[in-house]
Design a protein around this ligand. Structure first.
Ligand code: NAD
Length: 315
C-alpha cells in the first residue's frame, strides 16, 4: 500500500484554515484531519474544503477528527491559541497558550503519535520550546515556523529594490520571530556576490544598497497588516505549506525555521529562527552562519528574550 501523507491540523482559525486551503491547492498531503476546541467549527471547515475537492488538482481525504487520529499522522501542525487582548502582557498570553498547549500535546502523545510537530502559534519560538518540553520528543522533530515568512518578505523586497528575481537573493531574517529579529547583512548575497562586495564595487550606487528601510519594513509588516485587517494569515499559511512540502519531499531545503539551538553560535537552550536543512526527519541540520560581532550580539539578545520568556512559564 502506498504511504499516505497525513497531517493533523489543530486550530481551525484564520491561520489554520489558510494553511488548509493552501494545502488543498497544492498536491502535498493525502489526508488532512481538522481538530479544534470548537468541534462544530472543525466540522464546518471540513465540509467547506471537501466541497472544493471537485475543483482541486489532487484528491485528498479531509475530515474533522479527534486527537486519537494523530496516531498515524506524519505531521501535527498547531495553530491553536488565544491572541493578545488589549492590556494583556506577553507573559499573560504565554500562560494562556501554555494551558492551551497542555490540553493539546498530552492527548496527541497519548494517541501514539510519533511524527513531527510544526508550530505556528505565537510567540512561536517559545511555544515551540514548550512543545519540546511537553512532548519529550527529539528537538529535530519539534520545529516552528520561525522567520520563514520574514525571510521570504525580505528576499522579495531586496529583489524589488535591486531589480533581481527574489529567488536569486540569498538573505535571511534570523532570531526571535518578533521585535528582536534582524537581518545579518554580512551574509546577504545576490547570486554569489555579497552585498558588501557590491557596495565596495559600486560606491556611486550607495543608496541602492542601503537596506535599513527594508529591514524595518520586514520587522513591522505584521503590525501593518494587523492594523489594516486585524490579523495576518495567508502568508503564514503558505509558509507552513512550504515547510510541510520540504518535509514530505525530503527536500533538504534551507529554511529559517525555529528550532533548538544547543551550543551553535555559543548559545544553548533557546528556540530561534535560523537557517536549517529541512527534510523527512524534520530539522536535519542547523547551519552556522559566519556572523560578525554586532550580528552575534543581536542573536544573543534574541536568545535571552526567548530564554527569559520560557523560564517565566509555569509547567
Ligand atoms: P484564531 O483566533 O482565528 O484561531 C485560533 C483557533 O484556535 C480557534 O479556532 C480556536 O477555537 C482554536 N483553539 C483555541 N483553544 C484551543 C484548544 N485548547 N484546542 C484546540 N483549538 C483551540 O487565531 P489565528 O489568527 O488563526 O492565529 C492563531 C495563532 O497563530 C495565534 O497565536 C497567532 O498569533 C499565530 N500567528 C502566527 C504567525 C507566525 O508567523 N508564526 C503568523 C500569524 C499568526
Amino acid at each position: 500500500m502506498p504511504d499516505t501523507r497525513k497531517v493533523m491540523l489543530i486550530g481551525c482559525g484564520m491561520v489554520g484554515m489558510s494553511y488548509a486551503y493552501a494545502l488543498l491547492n497544492q498536491n502535498i498531503v493525502d489526508e488532512l484531519v481538522l481538530v479544534d476546541v470548537n468541534k462544530e467549527k472543525a466540522e464546518g471547515e471540513a465540509m467547506d474544503l471537501n466541497h472544493g475537492l471537485a475543483f482541486a488538482s489532487s484528491s485528498m481525504k479531509i475530515y474533522a477528527g479527534d486527537y486519537k487520529d494523530a496516531k498515524d499522522a506524519d505531521i501535527v501542525v498547531i495553530a491553536a491559541g488565544v491572541n493578545q487582548q488589549p492590556g494583556e502582557s506577553r507573559i499573560d498570553l504565554l500562560g494562556r497558550n501554555t494551558a492551551v498547549f497542555k490540553s493539546i500535546i498530552e492527548p496527541v502523545i497519548d494517541s501514539g503519535f510519533n511524527g513531527i510537530f510544526l508550530i505556528a502559534t505565537n510567540p512561536v519560538d517559545v511555544m515551540s520550546q514548550i512543545t519540546l518540553k511537553l512532548s519529550g520528543f527529539s528537538p529535530d522533530h519539534v520545529i516552528g515556523s520561525g522567520t520563514t515568512l520574514d525571510s521570504a518578505r525580505l528576499r522579495y523586497l531586496v529583489g524589488e529594490k535591486l531589480g533581481v528575481d527574489p529567488r536569486n537573493v540569498h538573505a535571511y531574517v534570523i532570531g526571535e520571530h518578533g521585535e528582536s529579529e534582524f537581518v545579518p547583512w554580512s551574509q546577504a548575497h545576490v547570486s554569489t556576490v555579497s552585498l558588501d562586495e557590491m557596495k565596495a564595487k559600486y560606491p556611486e550606487r550607495k543608496d541602492d544598497f542601503d537596506m535599513t528601510e527594508i529591514e524595518d519594513e520586514v520587522r513591522n509588516s505584521a503590525q501593518k497588516i494587523i492594523k489594516a485587517k486585524r490579523a495576518t494569515y495567508y502568508g503564514i499559511g503558505m509558509a507552513l505549506v512550504r515547510i510541510t512540502k520540504a518535509i514530505f519531499s525530503d527536500e533538504h531545503s534551507i529554511l529559517t525555521i525555529s528550532s533548538l539551538v544547543d551550543g551553535e553560535y555559543g548559545i544553548k537552550g533557546a528556540y530561534l529562527g535560523l537557517p536549517c536543512i529541512v527534510g523527512r526527519e524534520g530539522r536535519i541540520k542547523l547551519i552556522e552562519l559566519d556572523l560578525n560581532d554586532e550580528e552575534h550580539k543581536k542573536l544573543e539578545r534574541s536568545a535571552s528574550i526567548i530564554k527569559e520568556a520560557f523560564s517565566s512559564v509555569n509547567f
